[in-house]
Design a protein around this ligand. Structure first.
Ligand SMILES: Nc1ncnc2c1ncn2[C@@H]1O[C@H](COP(=O)(O)OP(=O)(O)O)[C@@H](O)[C@H]1O
Ligand SMILES: [Mg+2]
Length: 309
């Protein structure tokens, strides 16, 4: 049976390209659609943690888990919002690059740490915010991931940066994680007026085809104001252009990365013209598993037809 929990690393070795903003708002928009989401903040700057309204707390991060001092269940924190949880970051993670570089299991350390959570099936998506470097922490995050989502700014030399990270993905796929997929590329802080922007988007689409998401995230001041309020812009100002874009992006993401909801919806019987003569729906293993999965999701209904809101 297909794994239920998808682990997506949001990565780009370049800073300031919209990784954290994408982590926070994709996670928020998915949670609003009743997907159970766990954000794992691996950047010592802890901007995803703060952006989701949590504080940095010593001892509450992946760091003590990687050291074997804490169980992962002890560091998963709820946020103010349903279905949205986070493993915060803390400043100690800054030393991790050096500290963990001698460990024999360094490539596998995050995969092993996340394994019990992933196997529990408690979450639809585990979304990892990676630090802006191609170091040990980011590499081991990619080893733990099913897919990598790369946010980029459509600007001069964007293709060079993309080549660096897709090269890393290829190397990891050839060694520690053969299942690693390029989940996609998402354009952030887009200024659609600029000719260069359009040219770069066209160039990236030419190379990466349907791996480049259709939805463009525009530059929008509400997006940059939201972190200081500790609230994702999709909750803070849902009608703003930035929020609308992230919500549309989340729909596109869900369509490309189906979860148990989509599995559960598929076998739903069509309205029957002659109900008396219909045999009961077959209790296949898949049907039962799908039904159980939905039933255990916080007891919330699954209604989630696309809307414009
Ligand atoms: N769509 C956007 N519109 C306006 N500002 C944005 C947008 N996306 C990100 N920003 C701002 O740009 C800066 C860098 O974004 P961030 O997500 O922190 O990048 P990274 O995690 O890659 O370093 C932050 O100040 C953020 O608020
Ligand atoms: Mg960041």
């Amino acid at each position: 049976m297909e794994r239920r929990t998808k682990v997506i690393a949001i990565a780009n070795q370049k800073g300031g390209v919209g990784k954290t903003t994408t982590v926070v708002n994709l996670a928020a928009a998915l949670s609003a659609r009743k997907r159970a989401v766990l954000v794992v903040d691996l950047d010592p700057q802890a901007h995803a943690t703060l952006g989701l309204g949590l504080e940095k707390t010593p001892g509450i991060s992946m760091y003590p888990v990687l050291l074997g001092e804490k169980q992962i269940a002890d560091v998963i924190q709820p946020t103010k919002w349903n279905n949205l949880n986070v493993i915060p970051s803390e400043v100690d993670l800054a030393g991790a690059e050096l500290e963990f570089s001698m460990r024999e299991d360094r490539l596998d350390m995050i995969r092993s740490a996340l394994a019990p959570v992933k196997e529990s099936g408690a979450f639809d998506y585990i979304i990892i915010d990676c630090p802006p470097s191609l170091g040990i922490v980011m590499t081991s995050a990619l080893v733990a991931a099913d897919g990598v989502l790369i946010p980029i700014q459509a600007e001069f030399l964007a293709m060079d940066g993309l080549a660096l990270i897709t090269g890393s993905i290829d190397r990891i796929r050839a060694s520690a994680n053969p299942n690693l997929e390029l989940n996609g590329i998402v354009f952030t802080m887009v200024n659609s007026q600029a000719k260069l922007t359009q040219d770069v988007i066209a160039e990236v689409r030419g190379h990466f085809d349907d791996k480049a998401y259709e939805t463009l995230i525009p530059r929008n001041v509400r997006v940059s104001e939201a972190p200081s309020m500790g609230t994702p812009v999709v909750f803070l100002d849902p009608r703003s252009k930035g929020a609308e874009a992230y919500k549309a992006f989340a729909w596109e993401f869900m369509a490309k990365n189906p979860t148990r909801f989509d599995v559960a919806k598929a076998p739903a019987p069509a309205p029957a013209p002659a109900p008396a003569e219909q045999p009961a729906p077959e209790a296949t293993a898949e049907n039962v598993a799908a039904a159980e999965a939905v039933a255990t999701d916080n007891g919330q209904p699954t209604g989630d037809a696309p809307s414009n809101s």
